[in-house]
Write a protein that binds this ligand. Structure first.
Ligand SMILES: Nc1ncnc2c1ncn2[C@@H]1O[C@H](COP(=O)(O)OP(=O)(O)OP(=O)(O)O)[C@@H](O)[C@H]1O
Length: 276
């Protein structure tokens, strides 16, 4: 089966003055329909850069080589306009900083409606119904009021949820989510991750879920790729990463998680004793 997304020996180099710095050094992976690939790695390891390069989101200072294929078509050969059409249509992209994805001058409702209208032939009533539905799915209270707000009137977490809502409502073939739950509290995060799982199962959406949060990744990802300094250093399912990861940073994340789980069990045991 043709993967939905495939990166083959992807390199990204930043050229500044006469200096060239290679930031992504030959990354390869593939994601199939209904599969979620988690990309784990510390800050600066090249997680965002790899996906931005594939989706044409880097400016002219960066040169990209290798191959990135979407449903068998080469992405690196597509024009800026073709890639723009793909994003928000067949490919949903949820970026790290939600503020940059909204226009400060327009109300949230108008921005959701614009995205819906650009990619569907829904009438005004259908757009309003779907806009309210997406806010409700993202656990946003008073959705009618929220549609009337400007971006600066909402919290970062709310904007992040709205962005996830828009991307998932478009039922894309591929959803790329870069640290999508960083600004969201733990309980809402749990519900949002369920929404990712639902979309993956119901629509057979392929997903790339970028995070440095091993717990979040372990809930949604079927397979995990670990990046370190622009290279893939570990790859496998969650159990493999938990027990056999070689990379020191991955080990550190795994140990930190084990430590949290140990303390959680101790607290539970303490509670049980005090109830006895
Ligand atoms: N606009 C830029 N100009 C110059 N270097 C950049 C730029 N953006 C990123 N880099 C560098 O590219 C490397 C990879 O960055 P990238 O954003 O992919 O990291 P990341 O793994 O996604 O981490 P984070 O989670 O912190 O975003 C880092 O060394 C970073 O400093």
């Amino acid at each position: 089966m043709t993967p939905v997304l495939e990166l083959k020996d992807l390199h990204v180099t930043l050229r500044q003055h006469r200096h060239a710095t290679e930031l992504v050094k030959g990354v390869s992976f593939a994601v199939g329909p209904g599969e979620c690939l988690g990309i784990l790695g510390e800050s600066g390891s090249g997680k965002s850069m790899s996906m931005k390069a594939a989706m044409g989101l880097l400016d002219k200072g960066f040169s990209v080589s290798g191959a990135a294929m979407f449903q068998g078509e080469p992405l690196l050969e597509k024009s800026g306009e073709e890639l723009r059409r793909l994003r928000g249509g067949k490919v949903g992209v949820v970026l790290q900083n939600p503020m940059t994805c909204f226009d400060p001058l327009y109300r949230i409702g108008a921005q959701i409606a614009e995205t819906f209208a650009a990619h569907n032939n829904w009438d005004g009533e259908e757009i309003l119904r779907r806009s309210l539905e997406l806010l409700e799915k993202m656990r946003i209270r008073n959705p009618e009021e929220v549609l009337e707000k400007y971006p600066h009137q909402l919290s970062g977490g709310m904007l992040q949820r709205i962005m996830i809502g828009i991307a998932t409502a478009m039922e894309p073939s591929l959803l790329i989510a870069d640290e999508p739950t960083t600004a969201i509290d733990a309980i809402t995060q749990y519900e949002i991750l369920n929404e990712f799982l639902r979309v993956k199962q119901e629509n057979q959406t392929a997903m790339v879920f970028i995070s440095h949060d091993l717990n979040a990744i372990s809930r949604v990802a079927d397979r995990i790729v670990v990046l370190n300094q622009g290279r893939v250093v570990d790859e496998g399912d969650f159990q493999h990463i938990l027990h056999h990861a070689q990379d020191p940073y991955t080990r550190l994340l795994v140990e930190k998680r084990a430590d949290v789980m140990r303390r959680y069990r101790q607290v539970l045991a303490g509670k049980e004793r005090s109830y006895a």
